[in-house]
Write a new protein. Structure first.
Length: 93
């Protein structure tokens, strides 16, 4: 059995342009990171290694969120409009 850890944080950590791109599915040209839309935000898969993100220029806030989650040893991030913001990341709202 595998138990995974995830980071739950506010969608306020994404600027409007990155939220819009995630909603439209326009942000990522490849399958990494995996992004799954849900009613209140997104689940984002966190790579297990320190690979360079092709999308970091387009979505620096998302790249920062993924790096923070990796530092916390999380395998997923739940970016949720109902979640509380955290002090470690920039808030855009």
């Amino acid at each position: 059995m595998t138990v995974l850890k995830y980071l739950d944080l506010s969608s306020a950590h994404l600027p409007e342009n990155e939220r819009s791109a995630l909603l439209a599915g326009d942000l990522l040209d490849n399958d990494w990171p995996r992004v799954i839309n849900h009613a209140y935000g997104w689940w984002v898969n966190v790579p297990s290694d320190a690979e360079v993100y092709d999308f970091a220029d387009q979505a620096p806030a998302l790249a920062q969120i993924i790096d923070h989650a990796r530092c916390l040893d999380c395998t997923w991030v739940n970016i949720d409009s109902d979640a509380a913001p955290i002090d470690a990341l920039t808030v855009y709202e």
